[in-house]
Design a protein around this ligand. Structure first.
Ligand code: IMP
Length: 194
């Protein structure tokens, strides 16, 4: 069964394709289709934004769609950057810009800088619509480490580990991540519906 993953983020696409690998679901990325549309994230919550992405792509292609809206919540920063994680340091900023801003903002707070990643994964096919959330708790470090993954991975160490997400393989990250928890929930539900 073909499902379109409504994301232009290559890091997310790699992770989500691996979660569905070997199942009856064939995950098609926007890069495999006619183009990657800019979808403005106008919602105030992860759920609103992920539904917006899945519905937009469903309407464009008339095929079942899944989407994820995700972000980092840092407790000492009042849960920022939250839904603004992608553009925390401004429109068109780089991952490094975001990481540097977070590190600077945390300078005045004592360690540990506790945080969590959140992912809301949504499925939409024109009639059925459901979502699953996943969380990953950990802490932010001052010096980025590792080159795998994307986004805030180089500055995030999950609880119970001493390596950052960017020092893990995608397979290792998929054993514990917020996104893996959310999409494994979605996958199990889809399998039951078939
Ligand atoms: P969006 O879901 O497209 O709005 O973007 C989510 C943003 O949150 C990404 O651009 C990253 O900055 C951050 N983010 C979400 N999940 C992860 C993750 O697994 N690792 C690192 N950063 C993440």
């Amino acid at each position: 069964m073909d499902i379109i993953f409504a994301s232009s983020n290559k890091g997310k696409i790699l992770e989500v394709k691996k979660i569905f690998d070997g199942s009856i679901f064939n995950i098609i990325s926007l890069y495999d289709l006619s183009g990657v549309p800019e979808i403005e994230e106008t919602g105030d919550t992860f759920k609103e934004n992920s539904l917006l992405k899945a519905k937009t792509i469903y309407e464009m292609h008339n095929k079942p769609a899944i989407a994820d809206d995700s972000g980092l919540e840092i407790f000492q920063l009042g849960n920022k950057p939250g839904v603004y994680s992608a553009r925390y340091a401004g429109e068109n900023c780089s991952y490094d810009d975001n990481n540097n801003l977070v590190i600077n903002q945390l300078q005045k707070f004592p360690e540990p800088h506790k945080a969590r990643f959140v992912s809301c994964a949504v499925y939409f096919d024109g009639s059925s619509e459901f979502h699953f959330e996943g969380f990953l708790n950990g802490r932010i470090i001052k010096s980025p480490r590792g080159t795998n993954g994307f986004g805030y991975d180089p500055i995030f160490i999950p609880d119970g580990y001493d390596v950052t997400l960017a020092e893990m393989t995608v397979e290792a990250k998929n054993k514990l991540s917020h996104r893996a928890i959310a999409f494994n929930g979605l996958k199990q539900k889809l399998l039951k519906l078939l």
